[in-house]
Design a protein. Sequence first.
Length: 470
Amino acid sequence: MRRDICRTRPRAPRLSRRGRAGARRLVPGARLRRHRLARRARYGVAAPRLREWGRRILRLVPNPALAPRLGSDAPRHDQLSLPPAVADLRRGAPLRVRLRDARRSARRRRLRRRHPAPLRPGLRLRGPPYRHAIRAGDEGLNPVSAVGTYRSVGFAPRLSVVVPAHNRAPRLPALLAALRAELDRHGAAELILVDSASADETGRVAAAAAASDPARVRALRVDRPGACRARNQGLAVARAPLVVFLDDDVLPRPGCFAALEAAHADRRVHAAGGRIVLRFEGVPPSWLTTPFVSYLAGYDLGDWPRDVTGDGDALVPRSALMSVRRDVLDRLGGFCELFGPRAGRPMVGDEPELCRRIVAAGGRLLYVPDAVVDHLVPATRLTEAYLAQRFFYQGVTEAFTDIRFAGVRAAWTRVGRGLRHRAAGVSWDGVANAEGNAMLERCRRRQSLGYAAGCVVGLLRYRALRRLAA
């Protein structure tokens, strides 16, 4: 009976290889349907625009903003001696490229040159030469990472250095010289200078530095002053998976960036900070002892690496030299712009607030003694007027932090207890210095007054603080 049933079934005609391919195009089978579904899921809503999947002709346009690096062995597209050649698309998944304006992204395809033009006399290439170009219609946008080279994706930094600057035109050239030397030593780092609404020539100096080395240095500007706002703006355009934040009044020592990058080899380390050595203009005063060092941005926890809990303000890394993983900052929302220095107000507390969020998210904070910067302390900061103002705003930011993480009742309980002898976790070392003891006592009173003022202001901004804590 089974034989009779088989005889009644119509037999499929035998097709050639070309005929079978045509039949698959006409009648898609399960395998072809799975392939199409996988391709649609891979490219998403952009699939209708990717008609260049076939053999669409693109023209490679050299980037005029990129100057050739003399002495480099890696050939680049702006060193071509002939006009741009025509290339045909190769099959492969497109890559996403963030454009220079940081608001758009283009698709980049790997291209094969039909007729490679000679780059330099005597240069020989092994294997097929490849190009990297962006989608047709976006050639004039000069993507940030499109340093089109043969057999190379281009300049892909492993480290992004963000430096907010405010009215630092006289000191900025020395910082740029030290940063250029460190960038050359590292080899895969980029520099992002953010002009924080400066009133002097800081923006012009930063723009000149970016024009001299557009592949590695970029200059931005924010219209409203604020260190945290400038850091977030630089973070938005950073391309590396690791971001290093520096202040505009520090000078990095050799090997600083390499030490921070080595510390992040452990994926459990979300943030790291290095040693900050104070360099005074002139002779420091006699009353300057240990309790004042932390308020002048000094940071030294010894000669050995150690984990930082994030509970005490004196132990967390300083933003003058701080490295954070990019994915962690994107997940946590960057720096809180209610904290941090602003024009005329030495607000602090941005680092402890961020570190508390990192620790709450399960990350580790690491102290790296091999990463060292010199912090320049001008003579104007070695006065009682400046230190009193600095202690006052320390109290304000501590009140903001307590309201944000513990609530209003806990903050006012601390005011009622009269915690006016707490100096941000730094204990008095007992040095017999009558002048220093008297000044420290006055500064602590200013800090207690600032904490009470911060509680009052925190009530007005309670919703904003609690919304950020959520």
